[in-house]
Design a protein around this ligand. Structure first.
Ligand code: FAD
Length: 520
């Protein structure tokens, strides 16, 4: 479909004219896109995100058919005096990061539907296998295609797969495999990117490397990822998924850290953990731990020494259909035998690999039915240094959050050495750091708490970390001032600014991150 509604008159004319909205309008109407431009419903898809805390009103939504369309849009924006462009993945940001107020929002998902089956292509190179994947593809589609078509799968995931490839690569993409393979940003070898100058550039760690590393974890600031080459490995058939409960944080942390530090070989393939409330609260407490409706959490098994919260280590072991059940049992028992969780508070299920990776989808379906999915989600994600995590437990989990957050409170360790420091992500110092993810799922007010109270609690947690001198960074960061961004990036700020000047000098891209202002 040609979306050329009106020819854009004369480029140089536009450059010399002072800006007004009509100029932007005609500029967009003059784009000859293979895809389409939608001027209606801009407050809908483009103005909302999963967080539900911010609302935007874009000037138009672009549904591109390919990278050329995106390039045209970015170039057109650069000819205007004030237009910005936001790639929108699946809009699962919390704080309006994928919005462009009065700007152009590119619906990356629509690019996938116009490419049909071609959006995931398996390529073999130098003894390794990769999937070439569109930036707007959902990870759940990548999973299904790679497993069912080839018996292959990416190595590193997020817990929830209704996220786009470009969206998670712009942040990091972490789950229980990151301790071994690093985040998703460590598992791509090549990207096709449309820069803020509208250039379509293919980049790798060796060619156009500054752009490659900049874009990974780059919060959408340097380019729009239109294709990623994702490393694959042979997919297992099944996963044994196990949870074990601890009363003491130091024992939980010691076991979790030893599991993530083990050399490859006989080890769990997935390691995560979470904190839950020591009560019968159906959402925050004991009932949140069993993996199956048939299982029951027996509170009489909780050690007397337990405090207001308990800890749960969550591990997974991959295996194949041909593996004998007794062999799988032996390996699991050997690995679990070294751990100090309460042996009577252990839960396990066996799932297919795809079921395991789609485990959060069930929660999504339930939350959609009861209205919680569409309610605001003031989530907070932090990376906290291993040095400070025990104090964090003491001050935050056992105190500020002792009644829970209305959803999972994830906490598990990762290794800094698995994260390439050439990319744009910032982490605490030291080899071991923890992700802390406070995934609030509350009913909308007045059935649930006021959003303002939850946002205030997030602020209290951040202030508590700052006051106590904890070494921490926000994951999926959100700040409103340059000063705060500077502090966030620390000694990497100047590199971030230089990359911006090189690849998006007019600051057109991802305005919703509120890092840079559009240059006029
Ligand atoms: P969007 O929210 O649409 O965009 C995010 C940012 O990236 C925006 O600034 C946008 O402009 C930019 N962007 C989007 N696409 C591109 C592109 N192609 N090129 C360049 N920039 C782009 N994160 C984890 O690491 N692990 C998890 O387990 C995890 N689970 C989650 C579960 C849920 C239910 C939700 C809501 C979020 C979860 N996240 C998780 C966070 C998630 O990774 C981020 O919110 C991510 O940004 C969402 O991807 P998206 O495709 O919706 O991106």
């Amino acid at each position: 479909m040609i979306a050329c509604l009106e020819r854009f008159v004369h480029e140089t004319d536009a450059e010399s004219r002072p800006h007004d909205d009509d100029d932007d309008d005609s500029l967009c109407r003059g784009l000859e896109l293979q895809g389409s431009i939608d001027y209606g419903s801009t407050g809908g898809l483009a103005g909302k995100d999963f967080g539900g805390l911010y609302q935007g009103k874009a000037m138009a939504i672009i549904r591109p058919a390919g990278s050329q369309d995106i390039s045209r849009v970015v170039k057109a924006a650069s000819r205007s005096s004030n237009l910005t462009v936001a790639a929108r993945g699946n809009g699962h940001s919390i704080n309006g990061q994928a919005m462009a107020d009065a700007g152009l929002v590119i619906d990356m998902r629509s690019m996938m539907s116009s490419m049909d089956d071609a959006f995931i292509r398996v390529v073999r190179m130098n003894g390794a296998v990769y999937a070439d994947v569109g930036g707007g593809a959902l990870w759940e589609d990548v999973l299904k295609r790679c497993v069912s078509g080839y018996g292959l799968a990416p190595r590193s995931w997020t817990d929830y797969l209704g996220l786009t490839v470009g969206g998670t690569l712009s942040n990091a993409g972490v789950s229980g495999q990151a301790f071994r393979y690093g985040p998703q940003t460590e598992n791509v070898s090549e990207l096709e990117v449309v820069t803020g100058k509208g250039e379509i550039v293919v980049c790798t760690a060796a060619h156009n490397s500054e752009l490659f590393f900049g874009v990974l974890g780059g919060l959408g600031q340097f380019g729009i990822i239109t294709r990623a080459r994702v490393l694959l490995q042979s997919a297992p058939d099944r996963v044994r998924w196990i949870r074990g409960v601890y009363a003491e944080f130091d024992e939980f942390a010691r076991d979790a850290e030893s599991l993530v530090s083990e050399a490859d070989g006989e080890a769990f393939d997935y390691v995560e953990g979470f904190v839950f409330v020591n009560s019968d609260d159906p959402i925050n407490g004991w009932p949140s731990v069993p993996l199956d409706p048939e299982q029951w959490f027996d509170p009489t098994r909780i050690p007397r020494s337990a405090g207001p919260v308990l800890y749960c280590l969550e591990v997974g072991l991959h295996y194949r259909n041909v593996d004998r059940p007794s062999t799988v049992d032996e390996v699991v028992e050997r690995l679990l035998g070294r751990l100090g969780f309460c042996k009577d508070l252990r839960f396990q299920v066996d799932l297919t690999y795809v079921e395991f990776l789609l485990r959060v989808k069930r929660a999504e379906e339930e939350a959609k039915l009861n209205g919680i999915w569409d309610a605001p989600h003031p989530w907070l994600n932090l990376f906290v240094s291993g040095r400070n995590i025990a104090d964090f437990d003491h001050t935050v989990f056992k105190n500020i959050l002792r009644h829970g957050v209305g959803g999972p409170m994830l906490v598990y360790p990762m290794l800094r050495s698995k994260w390439d420091d050439r990319n744009s992500i910032v982490l605490p110092e030291g080899e071991i750091f923890y992700i802390v993810a406070l995934l609030r799922f509350n009913l909308p007010y007045p059935k649930g708490p006021r959003v303002e109270e939850l946002v205030a609690q997030n602020q209290e947690i951040i202030q508590c970390c700052t006051k106590n001198g904890f070494d921490f960074k926000l994951y999926l960061p959100h700040y409103n001032s340059e000063q705060e961004w500077k502090k966030h990036f620390g000694n990497q700020w100047s590199r971030f600014v230089e990359r911006k000047a090189s690849f998006d000098p007019m600051a057109i891209l991802a305005p919703g991150q509120k890092i840079f202002s559009r240059n006029r």
